[in-house]
Design a protein around this ligand. Structure first.
Ligand code: 2M8
Ligand code: MG
Ligand code: MG
Length: 271
């Protein structure tokens, strides 16, 4: 079993970013050798920090599916299409942030009064908007593949903006707080690619995937997992899904709901 998990609002509380309600469950999953794979809109530096705190050693997916990071030698063979960067084999799926930023600053000026992007915000402003501390906000700003926007306009203008950006080749995803402008990557595509690497590395084992998320930017990864888990959010609806089979909805919010569902789906069948 591979557990692909969103972080904000899922493994981490939407407001406090705390994980404590999930920590016993993390230990139990690791005891059973079940990989916990963060699949998040967070940046490389944010995830490295969280991985260390939670003692996670598995691969992970950054910036809404923009790139997969695999610890070097995690698989017997380096997967095709990856490049070594430091301690990781990296598979990118999308163009750099500079490209998306230039679209925003040169070809979307009619919308510029309706949003503030992370690159326009100071670390202190971003901390105030998110509830992250300044050090964490600094890490959230170190983006490689896209630009999250704090949307200030109406939902109608947002719909016009999305249509305009799509014509320019961008892909727009809605996170728990922000509108993410990036390329045609998503959490589902990156997850499918990584699950395939596990399967090829270990052909005799039948891998099932469980994906957990709370927002619409998680829909793609929930659609393509063996089992989808919608995590209850204190601020918005469950992520939209087309599928109806093998879908669970947590009763509890965020990390408590994460623990609740993984006990029901995985751990209660093991011990
Ligand atoms: C952003 O991600 C959340 C996740 O759903 C959002 O869009 O609301 C990211 O930019 C991430 O890097 C940052 O840590 C987070 C803070 O809430 O916001
Ligand atoms: Mg989330
Ligand atoms: Mg996320």
């Amino acid at each position: 079993t591979l557990v692909f998990t969103d972080l904000d609002g899922t493994l981490m509380d939407h407001y406090s970013y705390k994980t404590e309600d999930a920590e016993d469950t993390i230990v139990a999953l690791k005891f059973h050798d079940i990989a916990i794979i963060p699949n998040t809109s967070k940046t490389l530096s944010e995830i490295l920090n969280i991985r260390e705190q939670l003692h996670l050693t598995s691969p992970f997916i950054i910036e809404n599916g923009a790139a997969v990071y695999i610890p070097v030698n995690y698989f017997k063979k380096q997967p095709t299409g990856t490049q070594q960067q430091g301690d990781f084999w990296v598979k990118p799926f999308c163009q750099d942030k500079a490209h998306w930023l230039s679209l925003l600053t040169e070809h979307a000026t009619q919308f510029s009064e309706y949003f503030e992007g992370f690159s326009q915000l100071t670390n202190e402003q971003l901390a105030a908007l998110t509830g992250l501390n300044t050090a964490q906000a600094t890490m959230a700003k170190q983006r490689q593949y896209g630009e999250p926007l704090n949307w200030l306009g109406s939902q109608e203008v947002l719909a016009e903006f999305i249509a305009h950006m799509q014509k320019l080749g961008a892909n727009i995803l809605q996170g728990g707080r922000f509108v993410h402008v990036s390329g045609h990557a998503d959490k589902g595509q990156a997850q499918r690619w990584l699950a395939k690497q596990y399967q090829e590395n270990n052909p005799t084992e039948a891998f099932q995937t469980i994906a957990l998320g709370d927002s619409d930017n998680d829909s793609a990864m929930l659609e393509c997992a063996t089992i989808a888990v919608q995590i209850r959010s204190p601020v918005h609806d469950f992520p939209q899904l087309k599928r109806q089979h093998d879908v669970y909805q947590s009763q509890q919010y965020g990390p408590a709901g994460w623990a609740e569902c993984l006990h029901k789906i995985v751990l209660s069948n093991l011990d």
